[in-house]
Design a protein. Structure first.
Length: 98
């Protein structure tokens, strides 16, 4: 079983590309949610994460930050285990993720 990973992105976003490249390198499967033209989802994202930038990444429903934070987790040797962890039985629904 692998983690449920959601990546909120916009068009023309180098940090989004960088984050997805790392997830691809790790062999992670993830759901990509494009919020470029979706103001409601962007507002929800700010509320959920306290951040105004993309990407925003959730692993098993937990906000882990953006590209820099994802790379930090990899450098700290934590990302592999996080990506391997099973999701909770009833994860919170996230807009656009289903
Ligand atoms: N430190 C952040 C930087 C992310 C960032 O600056 N993203 C740009 C797009 S690539 C952004 O969201 N800019 C503000 C905006 O588009 O409203 C990360 O690593 O994710």
């Amino acid at each position: 079983m692998s983690a449920s990973v959601e990546v909120y992105v916009t068009n023309y976003c180098p940090y989004c590309v960088r984050a997805k490249r790392l997830l691809d390198k790790k062999g992670a499967t993830y759901t990509e949610i494009d919020v470029t033209h979706d103001l409601d989802k962007r507002k929800w994202l700010v509320t959920a994460t306290g951040q105004h930038t993309v990407p925003q990444i959730f692993i098993n429903g937990v906000s882990v930050g953006g590209s820099d934070e994802l790379h930090d987790l990899e450098r700290q040797g934590k990302l592999t285990a996080m990506l391997a962890a099973s999701p909770a039985p009833h994860p919170e629904p996230r807009p656009g993720a289903r």
